[in-house]
Design a protein around this ligand. Sequence first.
Ligand code: SF4
Length: 342
Amino acid sequence: MPAPLTTLPRLVAAGLTDASEVAALAPVVAEFRVLVPPALASVIGAPDDPVGRQVLPSVNEAVIRPEELADPIGDRAHEPVPGLTHRYPDRAILHLTQTCAVYCRFCFRRETVGDAGTLSDTALDAIFAHLAATPAIREVILTGGDPMVLSARRLGAVIDRLAALGTLDAIRIHTRVPVVAPERITAAMIRALKGPVTVWLVVHTNHVQELGAEARAALGRLVDAGVPLLSQTVLLRGVNDRAEVLEALFRALYRLRVKPYYLHHCDLARGAGHFRTSIAAGQAIMADLRGRLTGAALPTYVLDIPGGHGKVPIAPGYLEPGPGGWLVTDPQGRTHTYTDPA
Ligand code: SF4
């Protein structure tokens, strides 16, 4: 397997970055690191195609807008112990590693990913002490970074230790690995995910072009082994901000036995403004998708309120108060009345 592409000279050598852009891109790469894994590089057809735009550095990233934030979703505002975000009563996020298999140019954690490496045993002990003392936490979400860059042995040990708490309904892992580095979905990795507590995988994918043959096979291995799969997608201008593009992705995921779960409005990460659509544009896309796709293949369109105030659905409204009850809008835009029981 070739090495990942991590420098401008290597991107130029691979034909993914134009040599004339290197000087302008150097400050961008110095601030926001680059890593394109081989499996993903193999599905990039051109630097400005929907996959290239997500992972290749751009001079647009040098534009920092006043509303952009270093910690857009407020992870650090809810950190009872380093490495654990506890925002909602029944859930906590464990940032097991800050390393990823790819560095996305729109990432809401782009200020931290790649920096701190993996949590030390001492930091992990402090997190487990907090979890043991807080039985109201019923689900731990492993994210990062990407927890699936860890070895199967290390990830399995954390899953087993979480299961041993005896208080969790489930563990959730948010990951890009099955799509961008599918060779990591080995038999040992799948065994690690099949612990005594159910592990849900939430696979991050933004365009059907990412789902090459290897990625599809990796998703198939996981589902065949009984690992439940959801997906999350970020709405990205110039990548997937058209209903027919998202329809193709969600149909492919549905066929692959992956339930589309979240469509995230793009967060206020620094230097990612060129990816952001308006919320009204996202709502129009969701309204269009409602008329095209089965509800089982439709994700919930969500906004992480900047500053750490939580995630809320921001789908278009279909219901408003009307004469004697409600006015309901159908997927074709026609309105109807509905009356509650007296
Ligand atoms: S894989 Fe996830 S955490 Fe890592 S850079 Fe991409 S969006 Fe950010």
